[in-house]
Ligand binder design. Structure first.
Ligand SMILES: N[C@@H](CCC(=O)N[C@@H](CS)C(=O)NCC(=O)O)C(=O)O
Length: 209
């Protein structure tokens, strides 16, 4: 089994943190996005989406999509659960995780990829080259501010994003907030609950993964 990874990219980091939380160690292969290795024929042939992370199983099966990879490991090694452990808990984790992905990670990706020079002509990952649209970055900045406020309110009443346990929602939020530092988006001084949560989850050993 091998995880195709890139140490500086946010989506593979979600999987690395997830694996670290579960204490799972697997072989990794670095795909250097900086030199566009994801577009080279030998990688493109096995992953037409030209993205990381990608998990290659020993029987040759391929899984792309960070959360699909995490779900694979949640099934093969349930303990500790990171997607919830009873019907209500699972639904609650799913609800918060979707919010974090759609209202946090997506706008942050839009803001970064539509403004940072490195992504010129590559405003979206994948097989199609998209030009940057500055207006999308502007709108994403507004959405990000809303997201940070929403998280701050939630964390005023809850130890972790989806409730009393650390979950995949915390992993995606931590990775998204760290990614936003590229465009100098920081937690606001008055967002104390969010800052407190951020300090707490950043101290977990898995955060360095
Ligand atoms: N929805 C996918 C997104 C994967 C993705 O966008 N990966 C980025 C790295 S964070 C990538 O491979 N980028 C390659 C590129 O920009 O060409 C997932 O969750 O795995």
């Amino acid at each position: 089994m091998k995880l195709y990874d890139y140490h500086r990219a946010p989506n593979p980091r979600r999987v690395r943190i997830f694996l670290a939380e579960k204490g799972i160690e697997i072989e990794k292969a670095e795909i250097d996005l900086g030199s566009k290795q994801q577009m080279e024929t030998n990688y493109k042939t096995i992953n037409s989406r030209m993205s990381v992370p990608m998990l290659e199983l020993d029987d040759g099966n391929i899984i792309t999509e960070s959360i699909a990879i995490c779900r694979y490991f949640e099934e093969t090694q349930p303990d500790p659960t990171l997607f919830g452990n009873n019907p209500l808990d699972k639904a609650t984790v799913e609800m918060w995780h979707r919010r974090v992905e759609l209202e946090g990670l997506m706008p942050i990706s839009d803001a970064v990829r539509n403004s940072v020079e490195f992504f010129a002509g590559r405003a979206m990952a994948g097989p199609i080259d998209f030009v940057q649209i500055p207006a999308l970055a502007e709108r994403a900045n507004i959405r990000m501010a809303f997201f940070y406020n929403m998280l701050n309110e939630r964390l005023n009443e809850s130890a972790y994003i989806a409730g009393s346990n650390f979950s995949i929602a915390d992993i995606t939020a931590l990775v998204a907030i760290d990614f936003a530092r590229i465009i100098k988006q920081r937690i606001g001084e008055n967002q104390t609950a969010l800052q407190c949560w951020y300090d707490k989850v950043s101290m977990r050993p898995s955060a360095v993964a």
